[in-house]
Ligand binder design. Structure first.
Ligand code: ZN
Length: 168
């Protein structure tokens, strides 16, 4: 590169760098921000104290020292709470909540001996809620199948019409 070209090149790099700096930062959103709590209400007594603790903790902190809730969900039959950082106290609270969740129905909060395992899936539910959940899933599946059937029918209809059209 000759000097002129190099100067132009460096100016271009500098311009791009400045542009990048000035661009407003778009923070990626965490699931909690988007979806809130992603587990059943039966676990409310387990996760709510943690969320309350975070609210209390954040009260007198400026933005960079606040604890951010990233996700509250069910995984492998247990409650998971992910935060941007953990104090020893909150770590303990979360561990205990997870421990208890394996013996708590995620839907109604009733005590259970252990989660139900079926087809390699773990359902932290009591028998009653599990059965209702299965019925609900069957219902959703039926509705879905009906929808597909109707779509197929209307597709066949339109095919009939267009073939009638081409015959004429
Ligand atoms: Zn239940």
């Amino acid at each position: 590169m000759d000097d002129e070209k190099r100067k132009k090149f460096l100016a271009e790099v500098e311009r791009a760098r400045k542009e990048r700096q000035n661009r407003p930062k778009v923070e990626p959103k965490w699931p909690y921000e988007l979806y809130g709590v992603e587990c059943g209400k039966g676990w409310k007594d387990l996760y709510q104290p943690v969320l309350d603790y975070v609210t209390e903790y954040n009260k007198d902190k400026d933005d960079e020292n606040k604890i951010e809730v990233h996700q509250v969900k069910e995984k492998f039959g247990g409650l998971r709470i992910y935060l941007s950082k953990y104090t020893p106290e909150i770590r303990k609270m979360i561990d205990e909540a997870e421990e208890k969740s394996y013996n708590t129905c995620e839907i109604c909060g009733k005590h259970i001996k252990k989660p139900i395992v079926e087809n390699h899936w773990i359902y932290p539910m009591c028998r009653n809620c599990f059965r209702k959940d299965e019925e609900r899933k069957d219902e959703v599946l039926k509705q879905f199948e009906n929808k597909i059937k109707k779509m197929k029918e209307s597709f066949e209809d339109s095919k009939d019409k267009s073939s009638e059209g081409s015959e004429a």
